[in-house]
Design a protein around this ligand. Structure first.
Ligand code: ADP
Ligand code: MG
Length: 452
């Protein structure tokens, strides 16, 4: 089967699972445009469709595709218009507009050697108080690979720019040293599956060469490695070999090393021997700057008051901020009118309703209980033990913050007075800004909630 046939077969099965309207809105114009190392690249006509399909159908599509091609490990969604895709599939590039071609190249050309996506650059990375330390470390590393800040460990919540920054380091190093310093980027799941594959096929030597034969190893989302014994072992050896040869190691995670419970002690202390920095929520000015940068990249514009509305509302996740921005641009493009503040408000309102509808109070309780290793019954009890008081306050805080419940209804759910709910919300809101550890805990709980 060629790529087109493979995709048509996948779609045929998918079509059965969806309503006709859904299928034709979201998937009819999708194409499988490339595959590489088990990653299959699916092109969609616009950002809105990309976001949608990525969030809703990723798992299903991958499951079906795997039945036809067992090498499929992951889908990557990209935006490309029809006039880019058609000639590309015919393998002739003569009719492509240079701009479209460029866009396609950026989205699809993940360098097979380094695994880096050229889309992530330092120049497109907006710097502000929430990430300036991480940025400074990145710049220092680029100028002085391997000797300064080694290993470099960066952590923070979802969608705050970790992948962007560490890939940008790789891209800059590659450009600056022209092949004399060889970077390699790998998501930790990929590393894990490589090791598993090698064990099964008795090809450990291949893996050793693949990962130890680089000068700068970038491992993304290391928290997924923890607990997988053989992988951790192999990672540790790779780490040591590189480290002893003054090779640079960069690691990202959604939490600091001491909070990855399954991580082996010797690995953790290695990380702690280097530089550890975090990225946190961007402040208002920075959110505005990010929106403006993004608009410039897309060659689009929005009225200042609309930019202001987006920046005021989208506070906690740059990926979601970008998603909202894309929705608004998509709307503007479709209607061929300049968007107004109130329409923008409306779009934001709808998408945040979607986000909060996904989360239930039961999920919040469950996540907090799991995180602190206590029973949900304790959270709902009148027990005043210190171990349950703070978790209970966190529950109330999250019910307000994520679900936007009223204080009386929070009180009711928790068997408490509404003033207790107010107190809890205010206390945690204050403390989150004061204590990094609490902030981190809440980021992790949020993440658990979103991931279900
Ligand atoms: P993480 O890896 O922390 O989950 P990503 O690096 O994937 O987050 O960032 C999510 C999205 O937000 C990406 O599209 C990225 O380009 C964008 N982004 C994040 N931080 C910045 C920044 N400081 N400047 C510009 N874009 C950013
Ligand atoms: Mg990431």
């Amino acid at each position: 089967m060629n790529l087109e046939e493979l995709w048509q077969s996948t779609l045929a099965e998918m079509e059965v699972q969806l309503s006709r309207a859904n299928f034709s809105t979201w998937l009819k114009n999708s194409h499988l445009v490339n595959k590489q190392d088990g990653t299959f690249f699916i092109a969609l006509p616009n950002n809105f469709a990309k976001e949608w399909v990525e969030n809703k159908y990723n798992k299903n599509l991958l499951g079906i595709l795997r039945n036809f091609d067992a090498s499929a490990r992951k889908l990557e969604f990209v935006v490309a218009s029809q006039n880019v895709i058609a000639p590309l599939r015919k393998e002739s590039s003569s009719t492509q507009s240079p701009q479209a071609e460029n866009q396609m190249r950026l989205e699809l050309k993940i360098d097979p050697e380094t695994n880096l996506n050229p889309r992530y650059t330092l120049s497109s990375f907006v710097v502000g108080p929430s990430n300036e330390l991480a940025f400074a470390a990145a710049s220092a590393i680029i100028n002085d690979v391997g000797s300064k800040y080694n290993p470099f460990f960066i952590y923070g919540g979802v969608g705050l720019g970790k992948t962007h920054l560490i890939q940008a380091i790789g891209n800059e190093v590659k450009a600056k040293y022209q092949g004399k310093i060889r970077p390699k980027y790998v998501p930790s799941e990929r590393f894990t599956s490589d090791v598993v594959w090698a064990i099964r096929n008795k090809r450990m030597e291949d893996i050793k060469k693949k990962y130890r034969d680089v000068d700068l190893l970038i491992i993304d989302d290391i928290q997924f490695i923890g607990g997988k014994e053989k992988t951790e072992e192999e990672f540790f050896h790779t780490f040591n070999t590189l480290y002893e040869n003054n090779k640079q190691i960069i690691i990202s995670s959604d939490r600091p090393p001491q909070s990855i419970p399954t991580l082996e002690e010797r690995l953790r202390s290695r990380f702690e021997g280097g530089l550890i920095t975090d990225v946190s929520y961007p402040e208002y000015e920075m959110r505005v700057a990010i929106i403006k940068t993004k608009l410039q990249e897309l060659n689009q514009s929005l009225p200042a008051n609309v930019i202001d509305v987006i920046a005021k509302r989208m506070k906690k996740n740059i990926r979601e901020l970008e998603g909202t921005l894309n929705k608004i641009l998509f709307y503007q493009e479709r209607k061929q009118t300049q968007i107004t503040e109130s329409v923008a408000e409306d779009i934001i309102e709808k998408s945040s309703q979607n986000l909060s509808r996904r989360v239930t109070d039961a999920q919040v309780l469950k996540a907090v209980a799991e995180f602190f290793n206590i029973n949900t019954a304790d959270l709902l009890s009148h027990n005043r033990r210190k171990e349950v008081v703070e978790p209970r306050q966190i529950v109330m805080f999250l019910l307000r913050d994520m679900l936007e419940l009223s204080y009386p209804s929070i009180g009711e759910k928790m068997g408490k007075d509404h003033t207790t709910a107010i107190h809890a919300y205010e206390k945690i809101s204050r403390d989150v800004n004061k204590y990094a550890a609490l902030n981190q805990k809440i980021l992790m709980i949020r993440d658990m909630i979103y991931k279900g």
